[in-house]
Structures are given as C-alpha cells and as structure tokens.
Ligand binder design. Structure first.
Ligand SMILES: Cc1cc2nc3c(=O)[nH]c(=O)nc-3n(C[C@H](O)[C@H](O)[C@H](O)COP(=O)(O)OP(=O)(O)OC[C@H]3O[C@@H](n4cnc5c(N)ncnc54)[C@H](O)[C@@H]3O)c2cc1C
Ligand code: SF4
Length: 462
C-alpha cells in the first residue's frame, strides 16, 4: 500500500532565498528519490502518461529508479523528452501527470516531476551520453526559434537523420527558458545550457542573432538556402498593456522586458554593465506564472513587492507551488484589486497607483467568475515602479513577411494538430500557435511537427 504522503523535498530557507538568485528547491537525493519511487504502483494502464503531453513512459522510468538503475531511467525518459531537467522543474505537473496519478485519489500523487528532475540531474552529473547512433540523410530543415518547441522539434528531426539549423533572434538560445523563467527556478548554465548542448550533440546547429523576417525570410530559406521544410516556433513575446492613464511613465515596464533584462543581461550581477532600475516599492499587475516570477525577481533585487490581481486567490492562474513560494518569501497579495491609473510625479516617474476593489460576479467565457468593480472603493498604493504582466501575443513579423501564411484574430499562426500551416512545407507550433501556454505543450507541438515533417519529406524526397 503506497504511503499517503510524499517524501518532502528540501528547499532553501525563504528568508535567505528572498535575497539571492540561487535555486529555491534542492530536489531529491538518491535515497529520497528511491524512497518516493516506491509509492508508484506501476499501473498497467498508467493514467499519469495520459496527462503527459509528450507521453513519457512514467511507470517505466520510475521502476528503474526503484531498482536504483538511474542510467536506465534517464534512457527511458530520453525516448520522449529532450529537456527533462527543465520539465522536472517547471512543468505544471499538478494539472498534468500528477493530476491524473491514481495514488492522488486517496493521498498525495507520486512526485513524478521531482523524480524526473532527480534522474535528469543525476544523468548530467554523471555525464551520461544519451545520444544514439544517427544515420544522416542530408535533407535540410530550418527551425525558427530556440525555445522548447524549436528545441524539441530540432532534436527529434536530428535523431531521424535530418540536417537541422535553428535560427534564433537573440544572442543566447533557449527562448523563455533562458530569458523569461528566472535563475532561482531554472538555473541557466547548469540546466538549460546543458540540455541545449545535448541537443547540439545530436548535430543540431544554432545560428544566433538571426531575426527571421528581417535578416532573412522564410521564402529565402527555401529558395536560396535549400531548406526543404521550416518549423516556426517563434513564441509569443509581445506584451500587452492595460491602456490606463500613466502607463507611459518612467518606471512602468512589461514583465517580459523586466525579466529579460535581469535574466539575459544579468542585471542582478554587479559586474555586468546592463543594470535595470528597480523601485523600492513595486506593484506587479497580473496573477500568472510570469507575474510571480517578476514579483519574486523584484523582491530579490531589494523591493517591497505587491501582486495586484483582479480576481481572488482561487482564480490565480499561477502554479500553486509558485504562489506558495511567493507568499513564503514575503510578496504582498492585493487580490480582488484592479489598477485604474498610474500616478506620475513632476519628473515623469511613477509615484503611486490608484486601484479599485473588485467583487466576483457571474462566470465569463473562460468559466471563471467575472470581476466587477465596487463603486467608490478606489484607493492608492504607494509604489514607484509598476510591472505589467497581462499576457503576451505572437510578434507579427514572420507572418507579415511570409505571404499566404494564415494567422487568426489574435495573430497566432494557424496550424493543424500536426503543425501544418496554410503553406506547404511550413509547420508551426508552441506559443506562436496557441498563444502563451506551457513548456511541455510547446515541446509536444515540436515533437508532433517533427513526425509530420518527417512524413512529408520522406514522401517527397526519400
Ligand atoms: C516568465 C515566464 C515564466 C513561465 N513559467 C512557466 C512555467 O513555470 N512552466 C511552464 O510550463 N511554462 C512557463 N512559461 C511558459 C513557457 O515558457 C512557454 O509556454 C514556452 O517557453 C513556449 O515555448 P516556445 O518554444 O513556443 O516559445 P519561446 O520559449 O518563447 O521561444 C521562442 C523563441 O523564438 C525566438 N524568435 C522569435 N521571433 C523570432 C524571429 N523572427 N526570428 C528568430 N527567432 C525568433 C525568440 O527569441 C525565442 O527564443 C513561462 C513563461 C514566462 C514568460
Ligand atoms: S498513475 Fe501514479 S501510481 Fe500509476 S504508474 Fe503513474 S505515477 Fe505510478
């Protein structure tokens, strides 16, 4: 009979970690992982796998952990995932594999994410080579964007023998894994770069500082560079704003810009020449993972930080674990609160934010209860910086420079379940198709597109 509770995971003390950028969770060690793995029932019909967008053989790898064969466990995961140390850290397991685990019916589900992280970290620390033999076919495929969708697609195609080049606009690779999710949740050098290098070892080339649509177009890739198929995985990096008075003041920025400056340009390290101005009192508007990351980053840079969110705690879209960590670290939550105006001083800087109290009314299209203003409940929060974290949309550059590439009303590229767009040979997946979603759904889209591209190219050229 499986124990009802999980083996707890060790974490940095909240008071200490609120002042540094080191990883919050230490993850399991070998003993803890083996202990936790015993809670898995190795179900014949594993519901957890149904909840995994890349269909990892979860009972298969956990069984190897039970037996202490961590290398075999890593090999089982590698069949389906090229970014296990990333996913073990940032996937919303509670609503995916762990949300479906049968052990969760009467107790806490098996800690699948922490076990995946342990196996991936062990494999990295022991320098296990998971690259198999590859027979090259010489056919060129281009991938636009080096986030999880692009990396997953490129990795799979390289394993199938294709000659894959990723074109990435930024000087560093990894997409949101590198410039969005902060170091304290996802270490860059130790984890992200290592997993990107593992994909490069499969033969994938990455060309950085190439903005497709500016440096070269998709049509030029086909006509001048002899690529036979293209996978567009350019994400959804364009931030939204509220359109309220004062939003142009100095000290208002999008969560994307703030996190990119801190992550990619290392603004938190004194020796870097790319500082970011952080206020003493910061309001982050929004309630998703991005808002939590921005708030916890501002806190670590010395600010008293508020989350301002128009619905209640129950509707917060961020992962429960992230909200819990944010609270432990001292983030103040102003719930059922909506900004009306950003106050600006005589020098054009933020000097406060007028908000209004909200209550929940009838359910809206999303199924969540609609927040409604309470008349006369306006009040001012004393802040000198406001970070807007209200969601993002795809940048229209690629669609606007690729005649015939269909996009929908939200400017997302239209693609079928296999990633095929309105144009032959051009596939798309990840946030650029779905709008802002998750790492694992982007990886799932990358993998599906890789299979479809393989099918297309085999029929046409092999
Ligand atoms: C701060 C933050 C925290 C998040 N936390 C989580 C989390 O905890 N768990 C989770 O599952 N998800 C999380 N997400 C969401 C997740 O990171 C994304 O859904 C995922 O990264 C999408 O992958 P992608 O490959 O589609 O796009 P991205 O990761 O956005 O990668 C797209 C890449 O394309 C490049 N690009 C764009 N345009 C061009 C062009 N014209 N030419 C060349 N390159 C181009 C970009 O520079 C970028 O590198 C978070 C997102 C953010 C912003
Ligand atoms: S559903 Fe839970 S118990 Fe069953 S195989 Fe998956 S992780 Fe193990």
């Amino acid at each position: 009979m499986a124990l009802k509770t999980r083996v707890p995971v060790r974490e940095q003390d909240p008071k200490i970690r609120a002042t540094n950028f080191e990883e919050v969770s230490y993850g399991y060690n070998a003993e803890e992982a083996m202990e936790e793995s015993k809670r898995c029932l190795n179900c014949k019909k594993p519901r957890c796998v149904e909840g995994c967008p890349v269909s990892i053989d979860i009972p298969g790898f956990i069984k190897e952990v039970q037996e202490g064969d961590f290398e075999k466990a890593a090999k089982v995961i590698a069949v389906s995932s090229s970014l296990p140390a990333v996913c073990g850290r940032v996937c919303p397991q509670e609503s995916q594999c762990e949300g479906k685990c049968v052990v969760g019916i009467k107790g806490e589900p098996v800690s699948i994410g922490k076990l995946e992280r342990f196996v991936a970290d062990w494999s990295r620390e022991n320098d296990i080579d998971l690259t198999g033999d590859i027979e090259k076919n010489g056919i060129k495929v281009a991938v636009i964007g080096s986030g999880p969708a692009g990396l997953a697609c490129a990795g799979d195609l390289a394993k199938m023998g294709y000659d894959v080049t990723i074109f990435e606009a930024f000087h560093e690779s990894g997409g949101v894994l590198t410039y969005g999710i902060p170091e304290f949740r996802l270490p860059k050098t130790k984890v992200v770069n290592y997993e990107i290098n593992s994909i490069k070892k499969l033969g994938v080339k990455i060309e950085n500082n190439v903005v497709v649509g500016r440096t070269l177009t998709i049509n030029e890739m086909f006509e001048d560079e002899n690529f036979k198929a293209v996978f567009v995985a350019s994400g959804a990096g364009l931030p939204s704003f509220m359109g309220i008075p004062g939003e142009n003041a100095n000290g208002v920025l999008s969560a994307n810009e703030f996190l990119t400056r801190v992550n990619l340009m290392k603004a938190y390290l004194d020796e870097y020449d790319t500082p970011v101005r952080v206020g003493k009192r910061v309001a982050v508007v929004g309630g998703g993972n991005v808002a939590m990351d921005a708030a916890r980053t501002a806190l670590r840079m010395g600010a008293d930080t508020h989350i301002v969110y128009r619905r209640s705690e129950e509707e917060l879209p961020a992962r429960v674990e992230e909200v819990h960590h944010a609270k432990e670290e001292g983030i103040i939550f102003n719930l059922l609160t909506n900004p009306k105006e950003i106050l600006v001083d005589e020098n054009g800087n933020v000097s406060g934010m007028t908000c209004i109290k909200m209550e929940l009314g009838e359910a809206d299209d999303s199924g969540r209860r609609r927040p409604v203003e309470i008349p006369g409940s306006e009040f001012t929060i004393d802040v000198d910086m406001v970070i807007m974290s209200l969601g993002t949309r795809p940048n229209p550059l690629i669609a606007s420079t690729t005649p015939g590439l269909e996009v929908n009303k939200k400017k997302c590229i239209v693609a079928n379940d296999e990633g095929l767009t309105s144009l032959e040979g051009i596939y798309a997946g990840g946030d650029t198709v779905t709008g802002a979603a998750t790492v694992i759904s982007a990886m799932g889209a990358g993998r599906s597109a890789a299979s479809a591209i393989d099918e297309y190219l085999k029929n046409k050229y092999l």
